[in-house]
Design a protein around this ligand. Sequence first.
Ligand code: PMT
Length: 387
Amino acid sequence: MLSQIQTETPPEDLAALAETHYFAANPPPKDLEKHVALARDFINFHSAAKRRLVLVTSGGTTVPLEKQTVRFIDNFSAGTRGATSAEYFLEAGYAVIFLHRQFSLLPFSRHYSHATDCFLDFLREGPDGSVVARDEDAARMLHVLRKYRNARDRNTLLVLPFVSISDYLHELRSVAQLMQPLGPSGLLYLAAAVSDFFVPPERMSEHKIQSTDVAEAFKKSKNARAQKTTEDEETFDNFDSSPAVPRSKSLVIDLDPVPKFLKNLVEGWSPQGMIVSFKLETDPEILVHKAKYSLDRYQHHLVIGNLLATRKWEVVFVSPLSPDRWIRIPNPAESHASTAAVEKDEPVDPKSLPDGEPDTEIESLIIPAVQELHTKYIQTVEAKNKA
Ligand code: PMT
């Protein structure tokens, strides 16, 4: 039936059909209504102040294997790109809705995450039993604290969490639709690592998937006992005397593709907002090609390409608003040839980069470049709307 619909329906209707089907079959997160109310107030507040507003998505989406979820498949992302970008957007004067994977990095607190810099390491006991920042860390902490307080006092940061791929898609659709009245001054910056495959609800186990046949045998014998026939009692006896070592089961997971909703986002959920997507690859040879393919397919406004191994050192901008452009942190090992090295229009060899992270955060260069394109985009849309 579905294949018949697919062959007879024009592509734009298929996208609408996929949307209707997906959102009806996959229930919304329980806090969606609460998040929508918070986002609506936030957007109205900043729209009245004529402030630019960006939705930053960040972190990886999960794919639950069970309805009462114990096991899930995860996507790679600590949320560094999203959390760092959000800080630079705030610095650039944007109001930020930060839609992030629960417990991934957050703007500001990311500087003191438990994985790298535990905040307790920055504190010491002061006089009279008080707690104060260590002298050597105080200036840096104060700098972050001021920016954090500024965002709180001016209500410029709204933080909303998601966990699974379906939570993410419900939240993304709702917030994008709420942003429609902002027109071109709304920006969507999709840095989250979004799952490409999922288990549809009709094939999802209700309970924890079992790794042995113990529970199955127990259930069988329990049902048999309930019937209370002589033969059944024998079945139960058989279970009791069954081998003591349970048999382990292998797990075969059959995943469906997650519908690509970028087209729906561009054409339906946010027809005037500027949409920036990320393209993550591991093979340098295909990065630019895949970024261009994505732009061509979805007709949005900017794809930022990055490679897993070098994503903190360089990214490439592919956009109809400007020529392709690499943005990179100069490699300290090549500082004598700095201009040529920085302007090279192909990926760097990861082996040529020093170990560890660059001194400068690449988002400090990415966000001003996005802002510049956003300004250009607003001017283009406004000119078109006037004509
Ligand atoms: O958080 P970090 O550790 O710093 O890592 C940052 C990052 C590498 C995760 C980030 O910079 C990045 O590249 N994010 C995008 C990763 C990703 O999902 O790429 P993709 O090629 O699978 O998807 C491309 C775009 O299509 C995404 O912007 C996504 O919004 C969209 N998409 C993806 C899958 C899907 N089913 N539907 C979609 O709409």
